[in-house]
Design a protein around this ligand. Structure first.
Ligand code: CMC
Length: 378
């Protein structure tokens, strides 16, 4: 009998072969289809990067225009989906609303034709186009307002911010938001991507694939950490409180939110870019005292924990960027999902191309040959 080594959380076990993204955690390198994240953040757009990830190459000018056009004209959600969302409790978390709404798309588009490239493209366009509309619609409806219709004259990120805030965004804020989506779109075999691939491997529809990944992303050990960073900065309250706060965490062996990563042992390259974006926003729209607290935290954590490879991760500065844009804290993770849906779809397509259903094994550590005890004797 083959003896398998058990690795809790499948740490370090390859779950797939993939050419979508690459991380070198020692050098702090992240590439999408071989292109460095810094270059994409500077030169690309979210939709172009999504195309790159899903179809494997940067699009030509005509291909990009066609893709942008299709996404633009599929942004509206069905009235019946909107009406269903109206029935959701306002107190519910927007990630749960998003998971239910993404799954509901499968009710309307139930024809499944996984080997047809036109079906793949249709599904990709529909999901990338409608997820932002659903996030914005829930935000307005839980405040008692009617959702705002998408604006066909606005680009992807500008349109989302418009639907969310009911006013056209500043161009710098819209560009910075678009870069944030690029930074969050894909990150190798993380928990939600694994979840997407497992679901995809059963040959179910892409709406179920995305709904299962949204559910996985929502947890505080994964996408939910950015909300906790803001909570932590608010609790610390001032630069003077930073050192005692960190000292206390270390004594209690508590994790400092927004720091550390399973793969990166240097500063996450996305955190470096996000920090610069936050500075641009503060320069234009006014300083945020939480940024001073964050910088002091980075200094003190480096002093104390650099030897363990603990540096800021992607979640440390993203919350400060979204906060400055006036986005409510509990929308940070749904915004992560708006970006990551394109990464999940790239993995869906890759999984289908060489599919084998996921069916790992287990190491049974229970009992055997136990007689059934009648209920009156228990
Ligand atoms: N604060 C203080 N110490 C830390 C931290 C931290 N944030 N992260 C790791 N360590 C220490 C840990 O105490 C341990 O020390 P020792 O060896 O003395 O026991 C050592 O570093 C290794 O820690 P680990 O928990 O074995 O590392 P891991 O690879 O399992 O954890 C992590 C990675 C991201 C779950 C963890 O660093 C963490 O919980 N960070 C805070 C939460 C957070 O920011 N999450 C966002 C992750 S990035 C986005 C995403 O994946 O969605």
């Amino acid at each position: 009998m083959m003896v398998c080594e058990y690795k809790p959380g499948l740490e370090g076990i390859p779950a797939a072969q993939s050419s979508i993204s690459y991380v070198d955690g020692q050098k702090g390198i992240l590439e999408y289809r071989g292109i460095r994240i810094e270059e994409l953040a500077e030169k690309s757009t979210f939709l172009e990067t999504a195309y790159l990830l899903i179809w494997g190459e940067l699009p030509s000018k005509e291909e990009l225009e066609a893709f942008e056009h299709e996404v633009r004209y599929h942004r509206r959600i069905k009235y019946r989906i909107r009406d269903m969302m109206k029935c959701f409790p306002e107190s519910g978390h927007p990630m749960d609303a998003l998971q239910a709404s993404a799954a509901a798309l499968g009710l309307f588009y139930s024809l499944r034709d996984l080997h047809n490239p036109a079906y793949i493209r249709d599904s990709v366009v529909r999901l990338i186009a409608t997820i932002p509309t659903m996030v914005a619609a829930f935000q307005l409806m839980r405040k008692g307002n009617d959702p705002v219709r998408p604006r066909d004259d606005l680009d992807y990120s500008a349109n989302f911010l418009y639907m969310l805030n009911e006013q056209e965004p500043d161009p710098l804020a819209a560009r910075i938001f678009d870069i944030c989506l690029i930074l969050h779109v894909e990150h190798t075999m993380n928990a939600s991507t694994f979840s997407a691939r497992v679901t995809a491997s059963t040959l179910t529809d892409p709406y179920a694939v995305v709904a299962s990944a949204v559910g996985t992303l929502g947890g505080p050990l994964h996408g939910g950490a950015n909300e906790e960073v803001i909570q932590m900065l608010e609790n610390i309250g001032s630069v003077e409180n930073v050192r005692p706060y960190i000292q206390d965490c270390l004594e209690r062996k508590a994790k400092i939110m927004g720091f550390g990563h399973r793969v990166y042992k240097v500063k996450d390259p996305r955190a470096t870019i996000l920090q610069k974006l936050a500075e641009q926003l503060f320069e234009k729209f006014g300083h945020d005292k939480f940024y001073d607290i964050a910088q002091e935290m980075e200094r003190v954590v480096e002093e104390k924990l650099a030897s363990k490879g603990i540096y800021p991760n992607v979640d440390f500065y993203s919350g400060l960027v979204y906060r400055k844009m006036g986005i409510p804290t509990d929308l940070f993770t749904p915004i992560f999902a708006i970006a990551r849906v394109a990464g999940w779809l790239a993995h869906w397509k890759e999984q289908l191309a060489e599919n084998r259903i996921f069916r790992p094994t287990q190491i049974y550590n229970g009992r055997h040959e136990i007689p059934y005890t009648p209920i009156e004797q228990r």
